[in-house]
Design a protein around this ligand. Structure first.
Ligand SMILES: C[S@@+](CC[C@H](N)C(=O)[O-])C[C@H]1O[C@@H](n2cnc3c(N)ncnc32)[C@H](O)[C@@H]1O
Length: 376
């Protein structure tokens, strides 16, 4: 047991495990479900599953029902036409690097998580003998210990090579009562099934984080050159370029929303155990610039804008160049300015330029949202 101040005599109980057929969906609500997705047979190896599978610790049956009923599930993971990334030493420990020039919108790589787990500790009930008086922090620690037992069960279900890859990941939560598995989840977990329109999760449902062999090596920047998107159908994350990336450049994603000001972003990064010093965080004028970029596509600004297509063209060209110089093409305003350039060039009947911005819009949209844009 790692260093916990649990009362003497208390032992976290083993995870309660019942065996179900992998296609089972009628589980009781509100309990841990250990399942491999896509399902596999006992004794299967990676040679039979080149896309790997994910050990999932789900809370209650709804998530598994939702996943199994997703159209297309389980489809193969999409792959780039050639390898575009490598893992290697970075200024921030280990990182991911481009092995060739990559264009905005291109798929860098995709990967199934090694482990999927609830984002927060579910309401497990620690098994205290009667008469135990617990402080609040002891109660929290006991829940942590119970959850770690559940996670140990998930790790025990992994193939040795997947378990070794998981345990080789960085852990920055060694001093805060997190167990070694939960610590790695908090350091390396990226939201995969969250409360969004797409996921169908409702209030009170538990979202999931995924921990990855390669994607969990990607470091953070508030001016990222890549964005990841999780697709339930292939049960995998796709990592795509949100701007052109040169060979050997480090690949960065953002671990938090980049449309928030610096102090709010730093607060969101706390669980990852570092203070961000990226070009945006170290520029004292970046919050003011962010506010101006946001205002550039707001209703009042657009209302004030001249009706002349030529002036609109110059306006959006100016803002695109400003956003590019700040390396912030992941902001949605960049995509809006590309669309505004399409409208202005169409109005001016400059068909070559219109074609260029159309292609740009397609690539940006794919990088930003992980799916192709449909023009009316
Ligand atoms: C998801 S892991 C990324 C891979 C990690 N660098 C490694 O060596 O395995 C997150 C950890 O990487 C480090 N990290 C990521 N981005 C960073 C940044 N911008 N500045 C400092 N450390 C960073 C922190 O130690 C953080 O806890």
């Amino acid at each position: 047991m790692w260093d916990l101040a649990l009362p003497e005599g208390y032992e976290p109980r083993e995870a309660i495990v019942k065996a179900y057929d992998s296609r089972t969906v009628d589980y009781p609500e509100g309990g841990c479900i250990f399942t491999s997705l896509p399902s596999r047979n006992y004794g299967d190896t990676l040679a039979e599953h080149p896309d790997n599978w994910t050990e999932c610790l789900l809370w209650g049956g709804k998530q598994k029902r939702d996943i199994l009923s997703t159209p297309g599930f389980p489809s193969p993971i999409p792959r780039p036409p050639q390898t575009r990334h490598r893992i290697g030493p970075s200024l921030f420990g280990i990182g991911m690097f481009a092995t060739r020039d990559i264009k905005m919108g291109d798929l860098i790589m995709s990967e199934r998580p090694l482990l999927a787990s609830p984002i927060v500790i579910p309401p497990l009930i620690p098994n205290f003998p009667e008469g135990f008086e617990l402080t609040l922090s002891q109660s929290l620690e006991a829940k942590m210990a119970e959850f770690e037992k559940c996670l140990e069960n998930s790790l025990g279900r992994m193939l040795p090579e997947n378990r070794a890859a998981f345990l080789a990941l960085h852990n920055c939560h060694t001093e805060d009562g997190s167990g070694p598995i939960f610590g790695r989840i908090r350091t390396n977990g990226f939201g995969i099934i969250q409360k969004t329109e797409k996921s169908g999760l409702e209030a009170g449902d538990y979202g999931c984080v995924g921990v990855f062999n390669a994607i969990s090596r990607v470091n953070h920047s508030c001016a990222p050159n890549a964005i990841y998107d999780f697709t339930v159908a292939s049960f995998s994350c796709q990592l795509r370029a949100i701007r052109d990336i040169k060979t050997d450049e480090e690949i960065f994603i953002s671990y938090c929303s980049t449309s928030e000001p610096t102090a709010a972003r730093q607060a969101k990064l706390k669980p990852y155990g570092f203070e961000c010093t990226c070009r945006v965080c170290s520029d004292p004028t970046s919050d003011a610039l962010l506010a101006k970029i946001e205002a550039s596509t707001s209703g009042p600004s657009l209302k004030r804008l001249s009706k002349s297509n030529e002036e609109r063209l110059q306006y959006s060209k100016y803002w695109m160049a400003t956003i590019e110089a700040a390396g912030r093409q992941d902001l949605k305003q960049y995509g809006i300015h590309i669309r505004m350039l399409m409208a202005a060039t169409a109005g001016l009947e400059r068909m070559n330029e219109l074609g260029k911005y159309k292609e740009m819009s397609k690539a940006w949209y794919l990088g930003r949202y992980g799916q192709p844009i449909k023009f009316d």
